[in-house]
Design a protein. Structure first.
Length: 127
């Protein structure tokens, strides 16, 4: 189901909690291996600026089109072939992202205490 009626403030708040991909997870873990400053820079520039902009544009496009998902937006605006291609591409990207995040995080945490520290500090900061 693509659409769930909700209040505007809940939708606005969800935008800030929705950056849940490899950027905010893998980036700080890898950057923290070189110290505090690279990890901090990655969180500020990667998660706060780039991630915010990307998620806001997708959220804005979805809300403007009756809260449709990205594959349905492609199907509606481009055509049925584009909708199916977007569905397959989205599934492929999610599977590859989860696999790579798992490998990177496990390898990084096995070799560096800074990575574990970054995750322990980042999780409460994002909640």
């Amino acid at each position: 189901m693509d659409y769930h009626p909700t209040k505007r403030l809940v939708l606005f708040g969800h935008h800030f909690a929705a950056i849940a991909g490899p950027g905010p997870l893998v980036g700080p873990v890898l950057a923290a291996q070189w110290g505090y400053l690279p990890g901090f820079i990655w969180i500020v520039i990667g998660a706060c600026l780039a991630g915010r902009s990307h998620d806001f544009v997708v959220l804005w496009a979805s809300v403007r089109q009756d809260s449709l998902s990205l594959p349905r937006l492609a199907r509606l605006n481009i055509g049925p072939v584009a909708g199916m291609t977007t569905s397959v591409a989205t599934l492929f990207i999610i599977v590859c992202t989860l696999a790579s995040v798992g490998i990177v995080v496990v390898n990084a945490l096995a070799e560096s205490a800074w990575g574990m520290f970054t995750i322990l500090v980042t999780i409460p900061a994002r909640c």
